[in-house]
Design a protein around this ligand. Structure first.
Ligand code: NAD
Length: 462
């Protein structure tokens, strides 16, 4: 039987990137995947299908609300849900087949089946056991639910079921105003559902910059989403045709209820590590089920590593990819590095929200002296022309050194704009460095430069 240098368990963004990189660096590599297609949650039931539906529903919104303003006349647009779902499926298929192609091109063997680790240096897949020097666990995460709320993926759905609904619900209740709740809530709101989002905290998008949170809430409310904040969901009961969500509002004694056709539970995700044999091996995990690793992603068992959603850190595809690449470098004898302080996060609603580095709250908590440069998209010519002037760019810089400490954007293409700030931060740039960099006109990027100018002597178009 073929002996491998590396066997990666799981083909999500962390696993498949690690496997490809290992092979590129000369290691004999296989990747174990039990799904029928490669790509894990992200490509099959996460990032990619949700972005397809966000795009399609945004196009519907543009056709309904903005085409007329642009002087484009067309018949009243209508949704053909089956065709929209087909477009989503085709998008998934193109991407998952793309990984299959990359595996062949880079000579990564796909071991089809669910993997487990009977002993260090051995990976079992179905009836076969393979020998390997290194094992990389990249087994990902799955949705959590609440006590009293059972997910049946039909009437009470996780993000997976929400991407597969047989029809567009008239009323949708979303539990949790985090990334998933807001992205999928936006999709169905644009497609015509009456969407109510119940959030336990007093703000949406926990952990985000507070000014962004407030602006985002105002914009989404204007778009028609309803929010009930400070609402602790207790139970969801279902009939054949409907669901009833019970919740208690902060400070109130009474239990309130909300009826809907479908309930989306978006209250977080947890690592998937069962059936890998970790307990028998003695691999150390935290109380929340994350596999514990050192700074080379090695577990407490020599030769067994873990990356992506199943270890600590933000559950983001790109964080997993970076860990995959860095670990591959390390396993090939080079040095791999991930800068955990500069991992951008993006919410793909319209407008988009993007963030990197420290928030003001974090800077205050660490008594760091900082200054703020802010610029509204209202002062950006391109944004005004495109009816996309809602939002702003906010840059936080060290008060003394002017070094960029964080950036928070709500506005058009925020998810792309954030990266010039990430690069600047990687190079230890000051806000002035960004401000003195020529930015093409007319682009949304000029708003980033203006925010950088606002950290110093002031923006031009404010
Ligand atoms: P989340 O942790 O982002 O948000 C969950 C929300 O549910 C929180 O606001 C929490 O306060 C609320 N909540 C918890 N219990 C509640 C209760 N009983 N009643 C009401 N509200 C309650 O989780 P998520 O949105 O499910 O996302 C899961 C993970 O997937 C996150 O780590 C996220 O970063 C990742 N993800 C990222 C993207 C992206 O990068 N665009 C997209 C999808 C998912």
């Amino acid at each position: 039987m073929k002996k491998y240098d590396v066997i990666v368990i799981g083909s999500g963004p962390a696993g498949y990137v690690c496997a490809i990189r290992c092979s590129q660096l000369g290691l004999r590599t296989a990747c174990v995947e039990g799904r029928e297609t490669l790509g894990g949650t992200c490509l099959n039931v996460g990032c990619i299908p949700s972005k397809a539906l966000l795009h399609a529903s945004h196009m519907l919104h543009e056709a309904k609300d903005n085409f007329g303003k642009l002087g484009i006349k067309c018949q009243k647009p209508a949704v053909d849900w089956q065709s929209m779902r087909k477009y989503k499926e085709e998008t998934i298929s193109q991407n998952t087949k793309g990984i299959e192609f990359l595996f062949k091109k880079n000579k990564v063997d796909w071991l089809q089946g669910w993997g487990s680790i009977p002993a260090p240096g051995k990976v079992a897949v179905g009836k076969e056991t393979f020998d390997t020097t290194h094992i990389v666990i990249a087994s990902g995460s799955e949705p959590t639910t609440l006590k009293g709320v059972d997910i049946d993926e039909k009437r009470v759905v996780s993000s997976t079921g929400a991407l597969e609904l047989a029809k567009i619900p008239k009323k949708l209740t979303v539990i949790g105003a985090g990334v998933i709740g807001l992205e999928l809530g936006s999709v169905y709101s644009r497609l015509g559902s009456e969407v109510t989002i119940l959030e336990y905290l007093d703000a949406i998008t926990p952990g985000m910059d507070q000014e962004i949170q407030k602006s985002f809430l105002r914009i989404l409310t204007k778009q028609g989403l309803k929010f009930i904040l400070g609402a602790a969901v207790q139970t969801v009961t279902t009939t054949k045709t409907s669901a009833k969500t019970s919740f208690q509002c902060k400070g109130g004694d009474s239990i309130e209820t909300l009826g809907s056709d479908v309930v989306l539970v978006a209250t977080g995700r947890k690592p998937v590590t069962r059936e890998l044999g970790l307990e028998t091996l003695g691999v150390a995990c935290s109380g929340s089920g994350q596999i514990q690793v050192d700074d080379t992603w090695q577990t407490n068992i020599k030769g067994i590593y873990a990356i992506g959603d199943c270890v600590a850190g933000p559950m983001l595809a790109h964080k997993g990819e970076d860990e995959g690449m860095a670990l591959a470098e390390h396993l090939s004898g080079a040095h791999g590095h991930v800068d955990y302080n500069i991992i951008p996060s993006v919410i793909y609603t319209h407008p988009e929200v993007a963030s990197v580095g420290m928030t003001e709250d974090q800077l205050k908590a660490t008594n760091q002296a900082y200054k703020v440069g802010k610029f509204n998209f209202m002062g950006n010519g391109r944004a005004k022309a495109n009816f996309a002037a809602d939002g702003f760019v906010k840059i936080l810089a060290d008060k003394d050194t002017d070094c960029i400490l964080g950036c928070h954007i709500i506005g058009p293409s925020a998810g792309d704009l954030i990266h010039e700030v990430c690069v600047a931060m990687e190079f230890g740039a000051s806000a002035e460095d960004l401000a003195l960099t020529c930015h093409a006109h007319p682009t949304y990027s000029e708003a980033v430069r203006e925010a950088a100018l606002a950290c110093g002597t002031g923006a031009i178009h404010a």
